[in-house]
Design a protein around this ligand. Structure first.
Ligand code: AMP
Length: 590
């Protein structure tokens, strides 16, 4: 569906809201003035003595109250299966899982990795682990053996919950590298090959499990994310994070009890946990889970048939819906849809307006990242939307634009529309508490009480934030953050590859694609067979979601005098952009 107007014209549009539609936030300025984290905490029950447990807030408390028979999870399976699991039933299931862990000798603080598609066992495993005070670490099911092994090693995974098929294809071969991994629980009834079937364990387990005393600062979640260099970083989140999950679900996603909510994020990434599991349940809604992958027709059918009230999706999916055209949407009654939001990558203004044309309302972009644990900047149901802007900070969050000073400090820029790093004043509940085992890397994220996000942005005169780009070299492809170093490390293991550099190149649908430049060892010819061989090697080790889609051969890669490959220069040349400061350039391809 074409949207009229140039990008610049579209960016100057302002979509005003009708005051007649009530929403949780109401008047932004008013809430901003009165908001306190203490009050946000009071929206939850807590545990005796000031404790707080995510699973208790998400499931157990509802199972004991008026929402006990409300559907907590509405699961739509790939083969047309349909399961409605009430809060009461889900509470029983997660207590059983907690007992399974206890039976295996899993102690509070032990790490449980979960690598599954959108199946009911995933939700039970995540929430059951949190109830038992084990630390949950989600793994993306499209990861290959290498990213899985790296994360299990860093996180010292004791338990892995996965499917027999994922285990066979990707985990069995790296099992010897992860000696801490004591138990692999596989969905279904078949044990074997070093795995234990989960279903019989669940059936044999008691559904009685008292929520243990949980300190709000107890580690709850370990989310891996990537930087420009080095191994993936395990961002630590604690049970206190649920205060932010809950209140952002309430204000930024406008969740209300009784709503049907659909978050399309993959459960292997942070959105799939914070908003695919925790926030909807703490807010007492029916959390719709569609197991199948993207399909425009199926998505529209699901929105209509399940009477979805609030829909949280991502730019890549929205662009794929746009590609599918008006025809796919025709005949569907989506009048029930009250609010649509998007996250994870830049949402182009055309997509926001397409939402307005196609659904009668814009997509509401919001911004956050693994480290922030929850939504930080958002377009709200009650506030005018400026297409292309990420919106305004959540009440309770102070966001600003900062310039870096030569002495290592930062200066907050007050003037509007000046580009700088997006920084957040520290102190919200879902802020990461560290990168596991990497104190120095963690400390580098903070200057003078501000958290440095690594994103470049601008703030306009109305306080709306506009995304400009990343300050580092990480790549966002289909909403997934990829660290170039992890990909390069695997490429240079190929016998023909001497050096590799990986960048993101723009793609109209996926946002960016992973592209590798490789220099070959003497005696190897850059031909199609070798390209295929290198791509195959990367795909097999990293998994299709992380491996490069494109490979270019170069005689040499540009390097600094200290021998660092200049990815930025490769990117500038690839995109025909100014090459910038070349004073440190030592060797070059030219
Ligand atoms: P992750 O930690 O994988 O969730 O990735 C976080 C990063 O995704 C951010 O630092 C941004 O670079 C990008 N991102 C997330 N939301 C948005 C958004 N609404 N607009 C632009 N970029 C976004």
């Amino acid at each position: 569906m074409a949207v009229a107007g140039t990008s610049a014209e579209i960016r100057s549009v302002r979509l005003e809201k009708s005051r007649e539609r009530p929403c949780n936030l109401g008047d932004y300025e008013e809430v901003l003035a009165t908001f306190s984290w203490a009050e946000a905490r009071a929206m939850l029950d807590g545990l005796p003595g000031g404790g707080l447990n995510i699973a208790h807030e998400a499931v157990i408390r509802h199972s004991l109250g008026e929402r006990a028979e409300t559907t907590a999870l509405l699961w739509l399976g790939k083969r047309g299966e349909r399961r409605a699991i009430s809060y009461r039933e889900l509470a029983d299931e997660i207590r059983r899982f907690a007992n399974v862990l206890r039976g295996l000798g899993v102690e509070p603080g032990d790490r449980v990795f979960v690598m599954l598609g959108r199946v009911p066992e995933l939700y039970v495993a995540v929430l059951g682990s949190l109830l038992a005070k084990a630390v949950v670490s989600p793994l993306f099911s499209a990861f290959g053996p290498e990213p899985i092994a790296t994360r299990l090693k860093i996180g010292r995974g004791k338990v892995l919950v996965t499917s027999p098929e994922i285990y066979r294809r990707k985990v069995a071969q790296i099992r010897g590298e992860v000696p801490d991994l004591a138990h692999v629980l596989v969905t279904g009834r078949e044990s074997g090959d070093g795995t234990t079937a989960l279903q019989p364990l669940l059936e044999a387990a008691s559904d009685q499990f008292e929520t243990p005393p949980t300190d709000p600062e107890d580690m709850a979640l370990l989310h891996f994310t990537s930087g420009t260099t080095g191994t993936p970083k395990g961002a630590i989140h604690v049970h206190e994070a649920v205060v932010a999950h809950n209140v952002t679900g309430f204000y930024a996603l406008d969740l209300r009890p009784g709503d049907v909510f659909w978050c399309t994020a993959d459960p292997g990434w942070v959105t799939g946990t914070s908003y695919g599991i925790i926030a909807p349940l703490t807010n007492g809604v029916t959390n719709l889970v569609l197991e199948a992958e993207f399909d425009a027709g199926l998505w529209y059918e699901t929105l209509e048939a399940e009477k979805v009230d609030v829909w949280y999706t991502a730019p890549t999916a929205i662009r794929m819906l746009m590609k599918a055209g008006k025809e796919a949407l025709q005949g569907h009654d989506l009048s029930r849809l009250r609010f649509m939001a998007s996250v994870g990558e830049p949402l182009n203004p055309e997509a926001v307006l397409w939402g307005q044309e196609a659904f009668g309302q814009p997509f509401h972009d919001n911004w956050w990242q693994t480290e922030t644990g929850g939504i930080m900047v958002a377009n709200y149901a009650s506030m005018a939307v400026k297409p292309g802007s990420m919106g305004r900070p959540l009440p309770g969050i102070e966001a600003a634009i900062a310039k870096h000073l030569p002495d290592g400090g930062i200066e907050i820029v007050e003037a509007p529309m000046v580009e700088g790093e997006l920084v957040l004043k520290t102190g919200w509940p879902s802020m990461m508490r560290g990168y596991l085992g990497e104190e120095a890397r963690y400390r580098k994220c903070f200057v003078g009480g501000w958290y440095l996000t690594g994103d470049l942005a601008k703030r306009d005169e109305d306080g709306y934030f506009w995304f400009v780009g990343r300050a580092d070299d990480v790549i966002k492809t289909s909403g997934h953050l990829i660290g170039p170093f992890e990909v390069e490390s695997i490429l240079i293991e190929h016998p023909a590859v001497a050096e590799a550099a990986v960048i993101g190149v723009p793609d109209p649908t996926a946002g960016e694609l992973v592209k590798a430049f490789v220099a070959l060892k003497p005696g190897h010819e850059p031909d199609e067979a070798l390209r295929r061989s290198i791509l195959g090697h990367a795909r097999q080790r990293l998994g299709a979601a992380v491996a490069p889609k494109l490979i270019d051969f170069k005689a040499n890669l540009p390097k600094t005098r200290s021998g660092k490959i200049m990815r930025r220069l490769l990117k500038a040349r690839e995109l025909g952009l100014p090459e910038g400061d070349l004073s440190t350039l030592e060797s070059d391809e030219k």
